[in-house]
Each structure stands twice: as structure tokens, then as C-alpha cells.
Design a protein around this ligand. Structure first.
Ligand SMILES: Cc1cc2nc3c(=O)[nH]c(=O)nc-3n(C[C@H](O)[C@H](O)[C@H](O)COP(=O)(O)OP(=O)(O)OC[C@H]3O[C@@H](n4cnc5c(N)ncnc54)[C@H](O)[C@@H]3O)c2cc1C
Length: 380
């Protein structure tokens, strides 16, 4: 079968990996990115490849771990995961809550190794933590520098012959309901197939004036600090909520800081927020550091390296959209990985690339990820 020329839109982890898999299979690929590679959440995240604790997403995560091993080989180890997980500590002052947290993780993910640690055990394991904290420890979590995998995929795509066009925003070019290429400022560029991997901006790109909005931006702020002796584990407060707060609604709650800490490459990422509107990171810095210092006191005085805000592509049902765009021909989407794109996105990229390539031997994409669950694209 002749392979189509493919335009991939979006130079985040999903678009860069899709371009790499397509180019590696011999397709002619152009990757369009309106800014720079990893300019969005893929370069500004907290930096942990982590089990998403949801069985539908866990299958993507397991495949992603295998794909990262392939990426390490393809990139001459320019990107590689640590050989073992650092371990994730869910912290709480209440030992009973730590036990309940462990029981609920064990019920959902019985194959994971989970330990309950009392206050003394936590203090011995991680001396930089505040006293009086118990924990549920799960044997997961690979810290990575936030943009590393995305750059490695883009480099792999280039090495396999893909053209990477940064500073190039595109829209879809349509003839009726068939997508015939992309529109740039310079004109129309035909393509046999288009894959939209534009993160939270994907729905507006697909349906500019319409009502097809299955993915919304969920903004996070991260403050990067230099800790002299950072914890070796990935740290989260127990019970973190990774869904929108109700800052836009009528509820009484202020949007919260949900504390997390990941250290890789000499920088510790202190997070984070889950906001429906774009925040000014400078306005959140003090609150995030204060929340973090309650768990890791040295955060209060650590030099701040940078702060950053970016949008998680939050699918309305928490599951990514991977497959054909409903109502359009020759058009595909891989987007909506929410808080887990670095941990699951490469698997979706592999799946959508196999679909575009017409690989009949590839496992079918689970119906849970079918973009048609959100209805047809408006107007088609
Ligand atoms: C604060 C924070 C912390 C996070 N921490 C983690 C973590 O530790 N682990 C984890 O697994 N996940 C984490 N995530 C989630 C993860 O970062 C995202 O799920 C993932 O990066 C999304 O990748 P993407 O390729 O779908 O989108 P993006 O990275 O957003 O890439 C989309 C790209 O499309 C481009 N684009 C948009 N419109 C156009 C257009 N018209 N033309 C051309 N280009 C266009 C954008 O410029 C952007 O570069 C975090 C997210 C946030 C916000």
C-alpha cells in the first residue's frame, strides 16, 4: 500500500512522537509547530513519567514505557528513563489516611508494590521532609527533564526524513468534508492525511467557529527551585485532585494548590494548580512555594530557577481522543492526555500512526479513546 504524505500539527510530545513513528515507517512527514518544539505543556510539565492509576490509561502507560526504551535506542540514549522508578510518596500527617490511601491504590492497581510508612519511617527515608508526615509509597515514577522526550522524538523524526517546521501556525484545508492539507500564512500545503496533535488547541483548530469542544485547557503553574538536598522520591500530597477546581463556578472554594515535587537534572519542579483560565505564574509563585514548604521546609529558602504556566489538554471525560476525526475524511486526532501526556502520549502517537499507516496487524485502538464519543464535528 502506498503511504500517504502526512501533515502532523503540534510539536508537543504527541505530535513529535507521531511524526517519528510515521517517518520511521517510511511516510513523508511534515511536522508543523506554531512556536517551538515542546513550547506547550510538553516542555513545561513537572517531569515525571508516572502510572496514571486508571486502568484505561494504564495500558497506554505500559506501552509508553516500552516505547521510551525504543526511543533510548533510536536516540543513542539522548533520552532514557532511569532504570528503576524513584518511587512516589503520597504524604499526609495522618497515618490512618496513609493506610486508607494505600488500600484504595491496592484495590485499583493490585499489581503495584505499595507500602505504608509511619512518621518515623518517612523521616528515615527522606530526611528533607517536614517532621510528622506519614506516607503511602508506591513503586512508580520516573523523573525526567520536562522537554527531553519531546526533543528526542522530534530529532528522531528529523533523522528519519521528516521536515520539522517551527514558527508555523496552520489551519486545516478542506474540500467539503475531506481534509486536503493545511493552510499556512504562505498558502495551502496539500497532504494525503492530517494528524492534529495540538493539545488543548486541537478542537478550535478542527472546528474553528463551532461547538465541538471535547478538550479544554486546564492550566498549571510550576515553580522550579534548586534544592541542595532534594528528596529522592517523587512527592505528592495524598488526595491530589487533577481535575478543574471550581474557580469559574459559584462554589465557595478558592482554587487550591495541589502540592507535588519532582526532581530531575538538578531542578526541582514544585507544583501545581488546576485552573480553567490562564494564570499569571508570578501571582501563584508564593502560594505554591508556601504549600511546598509545608512538606519540604527547604523549599521556603531555595533559589527559584524559573516559574512556568501551561495548559493540560483536559478531555471532558478524562480520556484522550485517538483516531479518526468524526465527520472529516483523511483527518485524525491524538490529543487530550490531561495531566498524563508525558506518561501516556507516546502510546497514543504509536496508535494513531499505525492507523494512518493502515497497519492491519496493529492492535485496535480501544473504543474508550474513540473521538466519535463526543459526536460529529460541527458543520460536517
Ligand atoms: C503543570 C503541568 C505539569 C504536568 N506534569 C506532568 C507530568 O509530570 N507527567 C506527565 O505525564 N504529564 C504531565 N503534564 C501533562 C503533559 O504535560 C501534557 O499532557 C502533554 O504535554 C500534552 O502533550 P501534547 O503534545 O498533547 O500537547 P502540547 O504539549 O500542548 O503540544 C501541542 C502543541 O501544538 C502547538 N499548536 C497549537 N495550535 C497550533 C497550530 N494551529 N499550528 C501549529 N501548532 C499548533 C502548540 O504550540 C503546542 O506546542 C503536566 C501538565 C502541566 C500543565
Amino acid at each position: 500500500m502506498a503511504l500517504p504524505d502526512v501533515a502532523v500539527v503540534g510539536g508537543g510530545i504527541v505530535g513529535a512522537a507521531t511524526a517519528a513513528y510515521l517517518a520511521d515507517a517510511g511516510a513523508r512527514v511534515t511536522l508543523y509547530e506554531r512556536d517551538g518544539i515542546a513550547a506547550g505543556a510538553s516542555g513545561r510539565n513537572s517531569g515525571v513519567v508516572q502510572h496514571p492509576m486508571d486502568e484505561a490509561l494504564a495500558s497506554l502507560h505500559r506501552l509508553t514505557l516500552d516505547l521510551y526504551a525504543d526511543l533510548a535506542a533510536a536516540s543513542d540514549r539522548a533520552f532514557c528513563l532511569p532504570s528503576t522508578p524513584a518511587g512516589l510518596l503520597f504524604l499526609t500527617p495522618d497515618a490512618e489516611r496513609a493506610r486508607a490511601g494505600a488500600a484504595s491504590v491496592a484495590a485499583a492497581q493490585p499489581h503495584l508494590r505499595i507500602d505504608v510508612l509511619d512518621q518515623a519511617a518517612v523521616a528515615a527515608l527522606e530526611p528533607s521532609l517536614a517532621p510528622g508526615l506519614a506516607a503511602c509509597r508506591v513503586e512508580i515514577g520516573y523523573p525526567v527533564t520536562p522537554a527531553a522526550a519531546t526533543h528526542a522524538f522530534a530529532d528522531w523524526a528529523t533523522a528519519r526524513g521528516a521536515t520539522v517546521r517551527t514558527s508555523t501556525a496552520v489551519g486545516l484545508d478542506l474540500a467539503g468534508s475531506t481534509v486536503t492539507g493545511v493552510r499556512t500564512e504562505a498558502g495551502i500545503e496539500p497532504a494525503g492525511a492530517v494528524v492534529v496533535a495540538a493539545g488543548p488547541w486541537s478542537p478550535a483548530l478542527i472546528d474553528p467557529g463551532g461547538s465541538w469542544r471535547p478538550i479544554v485547557p486546564l492550566w498549571g503553574v510550576v515553580v522550579a527551585v534548586a534544592l541542595a538536598r532534594p528528596p529522592r522520591h517523587v512527592i505528592e500530597q495524598l488526595g491530589i485532585a487533577t481535575e478543574p477546581g471550581d474557580e469559574g463556578g459559584a462554589g465557595p472554594h478558592q482554587p487550591k494548590v495541589e502540592f507535588s515535587l519532582v526532581t530531575a537534572g538538578g531542578s526541582s519542579s514544585v507544583g501545581s494548580t488546576f485552573l480553567l483560565s490562564e494564570p499569571d505564574p508570578a501571582e501563584w509563585e508564593a502560594r505554591i512555594l508556601r504549600a511546598g514548604a509545608a512538606f519540604v521546609p527547604a523549599i521556603a529558602t531555595a533559589p527559584v530557577i524559573a516559574h512556568r504556566a501551561c495548559a493540560r489538554p483536559f478531555a471532558r471525560d478524562g480520556r484522550p481522543l485517538v483516531g479518526r476525526i468524526p465527520g472529516l475524511d483523511r483527518a485524525y486526532i491524538a490529543a487530550g492526555h490531561g495531566p498524563w501526556g508525558i506518561s501516556t502520549g507516546p502510546a497514543s502517537a504509536r496508535q494513531v500512526a499505525d492507523l494512518v499507516l493502515g497497519r492491519t496487524d496493529a492492535p485496535p485502538i480501544p473504543a474508550t479513546f474513540d473521538p466519535a464519543r463526543f459526536g460529529l464535528v460541527h458543520g460536517s
